[in-house]
Structures are given as structure tokens and as C-alpha cells.
Write a protein that binds this ligand. Structure first.
Ligand code: SF4
Ligand code: SF4
Length: 473
């Protein structure tokens, strides 16, 4: 562990030993006010995470990310491949929001909301405490030979971990392919959907690997958001921080002696008990300052508050605070940097709302058949052949659909019949011919406007090109 005033802790990470091998972290079970709050938040989030793919709004799954078919539902609002630009704007808004939040409140997201932390600390770790016991017992168990007791505990823990990983993989799949499809696959039986079962087992393996073995390494090594902290945080960001002014004072931290009046000794309030270190799930010492590994889980706040209460000192030696708050007693300020991010966020949200209002329920695309020229027919009629595709983005059927040529006098003939229906969330595609009298064509490549009707209601307008002979130019 680093000595006071030395920066050698930056040369290594807490989860690697001197030989560069993994140093397994055995965090002490957190206990305290913040841990209780986090438990409640995690119950709500877990409930949301497990139920969101099974909630429907207007027949649409509340959240779905079907990357294979490029169909996404966000808060029950369906997005099709044609709406990809909207999806991208939503993603950018999400990123800007997280940046803004991080600049102001550090890694609050990591400690309180991130599924990795929620599952690791509030599900898997708690099962581990239940089976293996707290830190001391876990260390002893790890060192123990493979006795009957150890085999029993390990088998029980790993089986439960596997079952939960399998459950998470199922829910993950419900987000990917849709809960209706998942339920259909389950009721059909796995033998009829072997490839899905294989994917499910691969996901299960990945989750098991992460939560049983890889653990805090996700936050320390793999997570790109974690790596961004160095860029996003500044002296005004509120993070879980050790009040080094109070903790060290003139004479630095020192062990607590019985009946000592610490305030009169010149020693800092930190009693060097290492409670904050032992409780840390990423194996760091918060007294070394803000570190990339800290996921702001608040466990060290609770641990330190317990120690402060035990030695009759004020709590809050480790607390949510900015560097400026600790150094200069400055309160939270809405800095120009925050104002800038807020303005960008506001503009993006306004653009998204505008685009959502302009979005049609039906998307129509009419394209000339590649490689085909025009055909000169009887009565001086010019004919072009097209393929069309109509996407119904709603969950309602659209009936009596037909086309009208809006920009020119002419006819549209759909090969399969001029009137047709499109089922909810379905699409209609086929071939059609457009015929226009040569006298109405002014160039060899004319722009046409085509209207799509459902009964008498205009539901979409689209444009396409029409080829004619050069002599009409
Ligand atoms: S330093 Fe504190 S807040 Fe940060 S990860 Fe460790 S215990 Fe959690
Ligand atoms: S828990 Fe508090 S008193 Fe104990 S070592 Fe950490 S900062 Fe110091």
C-alpha cells in the first residue's frame, strides 16, 4: 500500500500482484446508510431490467434492440431501419447526457445504475457473502484444500451463478429478438431452435465468466466509459472523495489510541484502520485521491462513517465532494463547461422532438427497376417499371392502400392488384408500372411525385424518377 505523499500506487493496479498475476479482491460486506439506499435503487432497476422486454405499450415492446432486423423500440416507440437517423440522434443524446452527468457528478452512473455494478454487487456478491461468508471467511476458504465443505460451497455457488447467468441471458435475448419470439421458442421446445439455444448458452457463458471471474476487471480494464473519466472529471466534479485536509492535518494520519482526544493531537482524523480499503470492490485506497478504478460505489463512505462514529469523530471523512469543495470549501457551481453541455443537450432534444413530429407512420419507396429503360407503347404512352416497398410502422393494419400519380397525368398499375392491405408492423412490396403520355414529359429523366392513399386518406408522398426518350428534352 502506498505511503502518504508517495505516488507509487499509480505504478500498479490493486488487482494485480507484484508478479503481474491477478490479485483476487475480497471486499468486506458493505453495511450502512448508502448501501441501504443502493439496495433499494438496485431492486427498482432489476425489476425494470427484467420486466421491460415483457411490458407492451400500444402493442409494442417497451424496450427492444433487434439489431439483426434493425428494429428498435424505445419506450414503446418503434424505430425501423428507415428511422435510423432518429435512433442515432437518441444515442448521441444519451452520450451527451452521460457526459454532462459525469462532468457534474463523476461516476454516479457506475455506482448506482450500471448493470455490471448492480448485478455484481447486488446479486452475485450478495450470494457469495451468503454462501462463503464475509471477507475473512472467503480468504480462508480460498486458501483451504479441497475439503468436502469447500467442494459443497463451490458447487452450490457456481451452480447458482450459472442459473442466474442463464436467466440474464434469456432476458438479454428478449431485448434482442423480442419477448414474444423468445416465449414462442421456449414453448416450441429447444430442439426446434438449436441455433438460438447455442446463442443462449454462449451468452450464459459470457455472463458467467464476467460475474464469476472477470468481475471488477470490466470496470478497470474493459469499460470505455471508465477510461473517459480522466478527460471528463475536473476539480468541480462531485465524486466519492477522501477529505485529505481533514484526514491528514499537520501530522498526518495515525492509528487511534484508546481515550485519545484526536482534535488536540494535531493528527489527522484518519485513524488508518484500512476499513475503506478492505470494503472496496476494486481493491483501491481512496485516500490516494480520485482514481480511474473507483466506481463510486459508496462502500468506503459507509465503512469510514462507522469508524468515525466508533471513535467519536464527525462522519463524512469520505463523502461525495469535489476537489474544490475539499480544498477551498466551495459549493457546487453550474460552470461554463456544464452550461455548454446543457445547451448542446437542449438543442439535440429539440431536434429529436421536431423529427419525431415529422415522422410518418408509413414509409414508401418506389425505385425504377435497375437496368430497365422505358417502353414506348401504343397511343404515344411511355412506360417505366418499378419496384415498391411500403413499411407500416404502426401496429394497426392499413387497408385499401393504393397509389396516385400527383405530379403528372398518367396511370399506375400494380402487378399484384391496385388495392391491397398492409398488416400492422408489416410491409408490402412488389412491382408496378407507371405510364405517362409522351406529350406530358419535358425531359429524359423526369421527377414524379406519387401519393399513397388508404381509402381516401393520404398517408404518404414519395418521389421517383421516370425515363423518357431524349427527343422530349
Ligand atoms: S474507492 Fe470507495 S467508492 Fe470507489 S470503488 Fe472503492 S469503495 Fe467504491
Ligand atoms: S476508513 Fe476512514 S479512518 Fe479508516 S483508513 Fe479509511 S479513511 Fe481512514
Amino acid at each position: 500500500m502506498a505511503e502518504q505523499g508517495q505516488d507509487n500506487f499509480r505504478d500498479t493496479i490493486g488487482t494485480l500482484n507484484e508478479e503481474g498475476k491477478r490479485a483476487w479482491v475480497f471486499p468486506k460486506k458493505p453495511d450502512g446508510k448508502w448501501y441501504e439506499y443502493r439496495k433499494y435503487v438496485s431492486y427498482v432497476l432489476l425489476l425494470f431490467l427484467f420486466s421491460a422486454p415483457f411490458i407492451k405499450i400500444g402493442g409494442n415492446q417497451f424496450l427492444m434492440f433487434n439489431v439483426l432486423e434493425r428494429r428498435f423500440n424505445i419506450f414503446g416507440y418503434p424505430f425501423w431501419p428507415q428511422d435510423f437517423h432518429l435512433f442515432v440522434i437518441m444515442m448521441i443524446i444519451g452520450v451527451v447526457f452521460v457526459i454532462l452527468f459525469t462532468v457534474a457528478f463523476g461516476r454516479l452512473f457506475c455506482g448506482w445504475v450500471c448493470p455490471q455494478t448492480i448485478f455484481m454487487e447486488m446479486v452475485f456478491r450478495r450470494i457469495e457473502y451468503w454462501i462463503d461468508g464475509d471477507r475473512g471467511k472467503q480468504i480462508r476458504l480460498k486458501k483451504m484444500p479441497w475439503t468436502k465443505e469447500k467442494i459443497k460451497k463451490r458447487a452450490l455457488k457456481w451452480s447458482i451463478f450459472f442459473l442466474i447467468s442463464f436467466l440474464i441471458a434469456n432476458v438479454f435475448l428478449a431485448y434482442l429478438i423480442g419477448s414474444d419470439q423468445l416465449i414462442r421458442y421456449i414453448t416450441d421446445g429447444p430442439s426446434k431452435h438449436i441455433s438460438t439455444l447455442v446463442s443462449l448458452l454462449i451468452f450464459t457463458g459470457v455472463f458467467y465468466f464476467i460475474f464469476a471471474w472477470f468481475r471488477e476487471q470490466v470496470c478497470i480494464i474493459a469499460c470505455p466509459y471508465g477510461r473517459l473519466q480522466g478527460v471528463l472529471l475536473d476539480n468541480k466534479s462531485i465524486v466519492v472523495a477522501y477529505d485529505h485536509k481533514r484526514g491528514e492535518k499537520e501530522e498526518g494520519r495515525a492509528k487511534f489510541k484508546k481515550n485519545e482526544e484526536r482534535a488536540t493531537t494535531g493528527k489527522g482524523d484518519c485513524i488508518d484502520c484500512f476499513a475503506c480499503v478492505h470494503v472496496c470492490p476494486t481493491g483501491i485506497d481512496i485516500r490516494n485521491g480520485t482514481q480511474l478504478e473507483c466506481v463510486n460505489c459508496t462502500a468506503c463512505i459507509d465503512a469510514c462513517d462507522h469508524m468515525m462514529e466508533a471513535v467519536n469523530l464527525p462522519t463524512g471523512l469520505i463523502r461525495y465532494a469535489s476537489e474544490d469543495n475539499i480544498e477551498k470549501k466551495e459549493k457546487f457551481k453550474f460552470t461554463p463547461r456544464l452550461k455548454g453541455y446543457t445547451a448542446v443537450l437542449g438543442i439535440l432534444i429539440a431536434v429529436l422532438i421536431g423529427m419525431l413530429f415529422l415522422r410518418n407512420d408509413v414509409e414508401a419507396r418506389i425505385l425504377r427497376l435497375p437496368g430497365q429503360l422505358y417502353e414506348h407503347k401504343a397511343d404515344n404512352m411511355i412506360s417505366n417499371v418499378y419496384t415498391f416497398k411500403l413499411v407500416n410502422k404502426t401496429i394497426e393494419d392499413i387497408n385499401d392502400v393504393h397509389f396516385k400519380l400527383a405530379s403528372h397525368k398518367g396511370t399506375i398499375e400494380v402487378v399484384s392488384g391496385n388495392f391491397f392491405d398492409i398488416s400492422g408492423q408489416g410491409l408490402a412490396e412488389g412491382t408496378l408500372f407507371i405510364e405517362i403520355n409522351a406529350s406530358a414529359i419535358k425531359s429524359d429523366k423526369e421527377q414524379l411525385e406519387v401519393e399513397v392513399y388508404s381509402g381516401d386518406e393520404l398517408i404518404e408522398t414519395t418521389v421517383t424518377s421516370f425515363l423518357g426518350p431524349r427527343t422530349y428534352r
